[in-house]
Design a protein around this ligand. Structure first.
Ligand code: NAD
Length: 297
């Protein structure tokens, strides 16, 4: 296994790179933000002066960047600069089209590549328990799997190029829709005089059960570990849910899929974000449904 270049040492990238170092791997990192570089250095990452310097002599390049445009731009610069045979792994959550472009840039230079977006958030990144949804050839996946392992609880090979991004946005579209559904049910229950605990006890063991109620219940009490018990601190911020729902809608439009509930969920999360909810956990949309979020809060 060669040295690893890690590009994008933000909220997710920093703890992920730290887990690679803890596993005994040699990691050279680069980010545009000095504080992020300082944090990475203190975790044992060797800091490079540029992305190009980070990939020099690296057999593996991992990217963890905000959006598709960043990934395509970084690949355009770094793929031609990398040693022949370098494996590229993009862990960012990005649109399917950009993921395909990144794979093509790698393939045009005879490099193997994997898209490997994650779920599990900052907590999972720190604990090394992320779920990776990987897309790419069998050969590329087999090379990527042992590198992802120190950062992972679970690694699923979803199919060819961009299949990981497809799995991620389909999963998060289900999550966004189901959280709104669960929130609406609790708001209706309140109006009908039904207690939160009674609805939880019934729905969590009946046909209404789902992750949004059983594990991440959006009202305080029934599931003590859910963000509702911690003033809706993320967790998974509503801004990131909106990003993923927009990616799902872009993919639905370009592929011709009919996703009316996904479209409605995107609109509701856009309104919730605009009303001041963007830094709140996405389960806080229940407060928006009750009309409790104000711009100045
Ligand atoms: P972040 O903004 O904290 O980190 C991104 C980092 O990329 C920043 O530090 C930025 O400076 C750096 N960067 C941007 N352009 C660069 C360039 N050209 N060269 C080097 N560095 C560059 O974001 P994050 O929360 O770490 O999320 C990263 C990705 O992971 C996103 O695609 C996000 O959707 C996805 N994700 C985040 C979470 C979460 O809970 N934060 C969960 C799952 C997936």
């Amino acid at each position: 296994m060669g040295n690893i270049a890690f590009i994008g040492l933000g909220n997710m990238g920093n703890p992920m790179a730290a887990n690679l170092v803890k596993a005994g791997l040699s990691v050279s990192g680069f980010d545009l933000v000095q504080d992020n570089l300082d944090e990475a250095r203190s975790a044992g990452v060797t800091i490079a002066d540029s992305g190009r310097q980070a990939v020099e002599g690296a057999g593996i390049v991992i990217t963890m960047l905000p959006a598709g445009a960043h990934v395509v731009s970084v690949y355009s610069e770094l793929v031609p600069a990398a040693d022949p045979g370098t494996l590229f792994i993009d862990c960012s959550t990005i649109d399917v089209e950009s993921a395909r472009r990144a794979h093509k840039l790698a393939a045009d230079h005879q490099m193997l590549s994997v898209d490997a977006p994650v779920s599990g958030g900052v907590g999972g990144a720190a604990a090394g328990t992320l779920t990776f949804m990987a897309g790419g050839s069998k050969e590329a996946f087999e090379q990527a799997e042992p590198i992802l392992d120190p950062m992972a609880g679970r690694i699923v090979h979803c199919g060819d190029a961009a299949a990981g991004q497809a799995a991620k946005i389909c999963n998060n579209m289900i999550l966004g829709i189901s959280m709104i559904g669960v929130g609406e049910a609790f708001v209706l229950a309140e109006k009908l005089g039904l207690s939160h605990q009674a609805l939880f006890d019934v729905a969590s063991t009946s046909s209404g059960q789902c992750w949004s109620i059983n594990t991440y219940c959006p009202v305080p009490g029934p599931v003590p570990t859910s963000p509702a018990n911690n003033d809706y601190k993320p967790g998974f911020a509503a801004a990131l849910m909106l990003k993923d729902l927009k990616l799902a809608q872009e993919a639905a439009q370009s592929s011709g899929a009919v996703t009316p509930l996904g479209a409605s969920a995107m609109q509701l999360y856009a309104l919730f974000n605009a009303a001041g909810g963007e830094a709140t956990d996405f389960s806080g949309i229940i407060n928006f449904l009750r009309g409790q979020v104000k711009k100045d809060e």
